[in-house]
Design a protein around this ligand. Sequence first.
Ligand code: NI
Length: 166
Amino acid sequence: MALRKILTQGDEQLAKRSRKVEKFDDRLHTLIDDMRETLENSGGVGLAAPQVGALRRVVVLLDVNKDPEEMVELVNPEVIEKRGEERRIEGCLSVPGVYGYVTRPTWAKIRAQDRNGNWFEREGEGMVAQCFCHETEHLDGHLFTERVEEYVDIEQLQADEAEEAE
Ligand code: NI
C-alpha cells in the first residue's frame, strides 16, 4: 500500500468526469487499498478516486453512524434515493481550510459494487447521507464549493461553541 497525493482545487483532474470501473482486478484493488490508507492518514471521512488523480468511479468513506472504524468501499456508486433536507457544514480534503453550509438530504440510499463486482445497497443518515452525495459528485467533476450557500469561519465557530459550553 502507498499514500497518494491529494489534489487540491484548481487541479483540472478534479473537474473531469470519472470512468465507470469495468475490471475488478489487482489494479483496482491496489487503488482502493491506497485510497484507504490515504483517507486514514488524512483525518477525513471520505475520498473519491479523482482526488488522488485516478479518474475512475471509486469512493472510500467512513460510516460514522454505524462503525467509525469501518471503511466502506464503493465502486460505481449511485445515489438512488434521497429523503428530507438539512443544512450542514461541509468541507473537503481537496479544498483545505474551507467550510460552508450546504443543503443535503437527511437520508440517502446508495447502490454500488464492491471490489469484486458484487452489487449492494447501503443507507445512510445525516453526515453519512451527506458524504454519499459529496463523494459521488466528485466522480462527476464537482466540488462542494459549487453548492455552498454560506461560508463559515470554522475557527470562529469552534470558539463560539466552546464559549457556549462553558
Ligand atoms: Ni471532497
